[in-house]
Write a protein that binds this ligand. Structure first.
Ligand code: DX5
Ligand code: ZN
Length: 220
């Protein structure tokens, strides 16, 4: 099967050494860097703001894949594009006018993604798929790293894959939550292009990051 892009979630990194951790996953061969932004309101956890993204920016030239779990989301687009995000993914439930938010992300020069929670149907994408660059299928409920993969989401990945292929859209499918070497293979078989992995990337410390990333790609 095809080799997926790997976007390690720095939520599982050592927050006291974030710059070094970003350099370490970069050198270990990751493709993107996934930044989980949580506001303690849309999700029950608080994480990283634009100042941290800006501080990390000089540590890697790889795309910063910023996942906004904040509500209301609109006022946060400009701070994160300004801080150096390359891709910004939002949750349609987190703002009043999702189509407008997508336009704001793209006019700031970033790629735009829509995230589907485990309970949100693929149908949500019907009138958005032509306006976006990425669909993020959540395979856990957002808020925390280290949760178990929700198997029912494989069917959603397949449904989104069919929608993209049928329409000939240039949209990537990214999967986020509980991705390890086993579930990674299932996601790729279902049609995923990009895999987010927090725990599975960072387990075992920096000397293991290279082999962890290779295992997620299905290379060993
Ligand atoms: C969950 C986050 C995920 C999470 C992934 O709300 O969006 O990116 O940190 O962590 P793992 O890979 O440990 O499930
Ligand atoms: Zn995420």
């Amino acid at each position: 099967s095809r080799s997926p892009l790997i976007s390690p979630s720095i939520l599982s990194a050592d927050f006291a050494r974030l710059g070094e951790e970003v350099r370490a996953i970069d050198e270990a061969g990751c493709d993107w860097i996934h930044v989980d932004v949580m506001d303690g309101h849309y999700v029950p956890n608080l994480t990283i703001g634009p100042a941290v993204v800006k501080a990390l920016r000089p540590h890697s030239e790889k795309p910063f894949d910023v996942h906004l779990m904040v509500s209301p989301v609109d006022n946060w687009i400009e701070p994160f594009t300004g801080a150096g995000a390359d891709i910004i993914t939002i949750h349609p439930e987190a703002g009043a006018h999702v189509h407008r938010t997508i336009q704001a992300i793209r006019s700031a020069g970033c790629k735009a993604g829509i995230s589907l929670n485990p309970g949100t149907p693929a149908k949500m994408l019907d009138y958005l798929i032509e306006e976006i660059d990425l669909v993020l299928v959540m395979s856990v409920n957002p808020g925390f790293g280290g949760q178990s993969f929700i198997t029912s989401q494989l069917k959603k990945i397949e449904a989104v894959r069919r929608m993209i292929d049928k329409g000939g859209h240039e949209v990537l499918i990214e999967v986020d939550g509980g991705v390890n070497a086993d579930t990674a293979r299932q996601c790729v078989d279902a049609g995923a292009d990009v895999l987010v992995a927090g725990s599975a990337t960072f387990e075992g410390g920096a000397e293991r990051y290279g082999e962890n990333i290779a295992a997620l790609r299905g290379e060993r």
